[in-house]
Design a protein around this ligand. Sequence first.
Ligand code: R7I
Ligand code: MG
Ligand code: MG
Ligand code: MG
Length: 345
Amino acid sequence: LDGLLKGKFRGCMLGTLLGDCLGAPFEGEAGSKVVVQKYFEKIDGPYKKSPQKRYTDDTAMMKSVAKCLIDKPSMDFKYLANLFVKEYYNEPRRGYGANVVEVFHKLRSSKFEDVYKPAREQFNGTGSYGNGGAMRMAPIPLFFNNNYEAMIEAATNATRLTHTHSIGINGALLQAIAIHQSLMLDPHEKADHQIYTKKLIEKMKAIETEDIHDLLDHTPYQTQLKKVAELLNLETSKKEISEDEVVAALGNSIAALHSVPTSIYCYLKAQNEIAGIETDNPFRRTIQYAISLGGDTDTIAAMAGSIAGAHYGEEFIGENLRKHCEFVDEIIEISDELFKVTPIS
Ligand code: R7I
Ligand code: MG
Ligand code: MG
Ligand code: MG
């Protein structure tokens, strides 16, 4: 059982890395199943040496979250803010969100006096609703897999360092909850998408309680999740849903509300065959399909990949895909260190 969980840790962390690296070349493009199928045929075909795909801010920040848990298992958010800033100034050209860099500048110049203040000041005080909190979530549901309440609290605070808009925070919480749910599943069995989405909606009901005054819908994630469930139900009754329809219904942007539910949809849909995606492997199918939707491809593939990786575990992640990405061995090492410090009941 220990080995199973260790493999799921690796699968989840590699899911972020591989989705990020393989999705990054398509960020901001219109989706295309045909183009992305050809791309994956090359990557997953007979190995030809080629420059490895580089990871972006998604993995850079996820790595800091993992390091924080490894170094300070009781979670020290000032330390985490330091790690984010150090990482950014070391390698600023990793494709960070346009506005979040302002937070890093302010954190540094204020000497980390109040680590939550710079994020609160973003966008004239509303805070960012970008998916930057959600994209780096993976280590938190892994470490707190035994303690749901502690997971929610840590995920909230880790997000608030850069994102304070309730959409930004609740998107990160939904991502953590999805990983947490998938971690509990048997790698060789499919998740029942009706039960899976119903559970997510129930948990979001407990989270989307405060009125969000600047929004017409006060339970936006529950609304999105109901759409996810509807799309999957339509597919069960044999109706094919096009990528355009998915994007129109759920979105594919850098807004957390229009990317986290999309990632969950990608993962659940890719449990089964998808026309135009030629692979038997559900992990590859998840990230390939996510990238086919276009838009924020690195992040949607990274988030879908980490949920899928938490379900299937490392053994479903093929050698070919790994060879084309930088930092694979390092992520495995970090994942194993995280596993070592994780409290097991
Ligand atoms: O959320 P964040 O870390 O960006 C993550 C994304 C991922 O796709 C990464 O791969 C990377 O490419 O960036 O960074 P932020 O700068 O906080 O938010 C990203 C963008 O979302 C901002 O630059 C804005 O365009 C938009 N945005 C908002 N726009 C208006 N009002 C986020 N919050 C707001 C808002 O409140
Ligand atoms: Mg990125
Ligand atoms: Mg608000
Ligand atoms: Mg992105």
